[in-house]
Design a protein around this ligand. Structure first.
Ligand code: ADP
Ligand code: GLC
Length: 483
């Protein structure tokens, strides 16, 4: 099957979180396991244009309403992945992240920036002049790409093309004022409960959920949770309906083979499940570079976007007790300024025991996973989460809130420690269990072995996505016949 994979992040070129990792790994797995041919479409941010290999113009894409025209480039990513990139300097040529400026504020024209992405996807799907590649199916990811199934549906008389929308995080829905409809070329008739409207606003993600033939999210537990009022973010009605109709599927993410301590180029000493003692050498190196005291203390770590979702504040509140119990803590992350400040203050209060690195550093993340005994992930909600899987691969036992993908990827008492509620008390309960295990060497060894041997490959998820694609194709054929 030929797949157009539409995303706003791609590891190696532009990354904010796990969406980038998935966008890099899943297309490769689909090609290898399901023999799909996948091309990835993404906006031409400066880093993407700079990293695009063998770039060549494919077509001039006309604009629509306030969406400016753009040039579509073809090319390859670092690992040879076939890419489509939208070259549109007025929208994408600026410093900052894909979503906002260097100070963290969202770009004011994000509606047009991502409508451009989605409309380009529909244009490619409907066929470009003098370019003979057309997808059999479009797979869009999160709100930035989610207007695309709408643009497909709103094109009169065009060939129906099946589409799949994947939710990586329901908390971000891409909501914009209703008066922007015209500017984005969204038909008035689509602004309805059965369509793109969400409580009086235009919902990008809502559009993707409503118009796609199939919807997926990144773990079976999260698929259940988002069909409830607690975690449904106002969309639980629609999502519950999709689930009951068998059109909402939870598929756990995999781990890219690059996350493997046996051949990780960033580690001072590589290791596997049989040579775990080498973790000590990595811990020594990390203690040295982060300024932690050299002592045989249990090393806890936290690597995450510093946001409410990740429960970073719970770690801050639990830190005193953790340090008093003899633990050390290494933190890496960037995000909310107030959480960053509070974390920084902790490192000042506990020199030698708590080290905090504000920022984003790929190499250091690998080193910290390899060095850690335990990895903290007290997320309030977690669609899937990748870091708890990376941690297990590196023999760092996750201590995580029992929610979403964390529930689906950690075996409590076997490969990690799960705790039930979003409270410091509950987190500390799991920390105590972890410390007991740390002091019972045979048990700790056994858990680390189990964690490192767990299969987090992409093969099974890729097969599941392929089955979803087949269902979407069948549904699209059926609905075309009924029109
Ligand atoms: P989310 O997408 O919600 O942020 P995931 O666990 O799915 O959570 O993915 C997070 C990704 O970002 C992982 O690849 C993780 O290693 C990486 N990451 C997060 N914070 C940092 C950081 N400060 N430095 C390096 N990598 C980070
Ligand atoms: C989102 C979620 C995270 C998930 C990632 C990749 O960022 O917050 O849980 O792992 O997407 O699917």
């Amino acid at each position: 099957m030929k797949i157009l994979f539409v995303t706003s992040e791609l590891a190696g070129l532009v990354k904010v979180g796990g969406l980038a990792d998935v966008s890099a790994a899943l297309p490769r797995a689909l090609e290898q396991v399901a023999h799909d041919e996948v091309r990835v479409l993404l906006p031409g941010y400066p880093g993407v244009l700079a990293g695009l290999r063998d770039a060549a113009p494919i077509a001039e894409l006309p604009g629509l309403a306030d969406i400016p025209p753009a040039r579509l480039l073809g090319g390859r990513g670092a690992d040879g992945q076939q890419l489509f990139v939208i070259d549109c300097a007025p929208l994408y040529d600026r410093p900052g992240t894909p979503y906002g400026d260097l100070a963290g504020a969202d770009w004011a024209d994000n509606d047009v920036r991502f409508a451009r992405l989605a409309f380009a996807a529909a244009q490619i799907a409907h066929g470009l002049p003098e370019f003979d590649w057309q997808p059999d199916l479009m797979h869009v990811h999160d709100w930035p790409a989610a207007l695309a199934p709408g643009y497909l549906a709103w094109q009169d008389g065009a060939r129906p093309i099946p589409s799949v929308t994947t939710i990586h995080n329901l908390a971000h829905q891409g909501l914009f004022p209703a008066h922007r409809l015209g500017a984005l070329g969204v038909p008035e008739a689509a602004f309805a409960v059965d369509g793109s409207e969400f409580h009086g606003q235009l919902g990008f993600l809502k559009t993707g959920l409503y118009y796609a033939n199939e919807v997926t999210t990144v773990s079976p537990s999260y698929a259940e949770e988002i069909a409830t009022p607690q975690l449904g973010c106002g969309l639980h009605g629609l999502l519950g309906g999709l689930r009951d109709a068998g059109r909402l599927t939870g598929i756990v993410n995999g781990v890219d083979p690059a996350w493997n301590p046996r051949n990780d180029p960033y580690l001072v000493r590589r290791f596997d499940a049989r040579s775990r003692d080498a973790k000590q050498r990595n811990a020594q190196a990390v203690r040295h570079s982060l300024g932690l005291a050299h002592r045989p203390a249990p090393l806890f770590s936290l690597i995450a976007r510093m946001v409410w979702q990740k429960g970073v504040d719970l770690v801050i509140d639990a830190c005193e007790t953790l340090v008093r119990a003899g633990g050390q803590l290494a933190v890496m992350g960037a995000g909310d300024a107030s959480l960053e400040r509070r974390m920084h203050a902790l490192s000042q209060r506990h020199p030698g025991s708590v080290a905090v690195k504000i920022g984003y550093e790929e190499a250091m993340a690998h080193k910290v996973f390899a060095a850690s005994d335990f990895f903290l992930m007290p997320s309030r909600f977690e669609p899937c989460g990748l870091t708890q899987m990376y941690a297990q691969r590196f023999g760092a036992l996750p201590i995580a809130r029992e929610t979403g993908g964390l529930r689906d990827t950690i075996d409590d008492g076997i490969t990690g420690f799960l705790f039930p509620d979003s409270s410091v008390r509950s987190l500390l309960g799991a920390v105590r269990r972890a410390l007991l295990m740390f002091n019972f060497r045979p048990g700790m060894n056994q858990m680390q072995r189990e964690a490192m041997r767990r299969d987090f490959g992409w093969d099974r998820p890729a097969q599941e996505y392929h089955r979803v694609y087949q269902r979407a194709q069948a549904a699209c054929r059926t609905s075309a016949r009924h029109e």
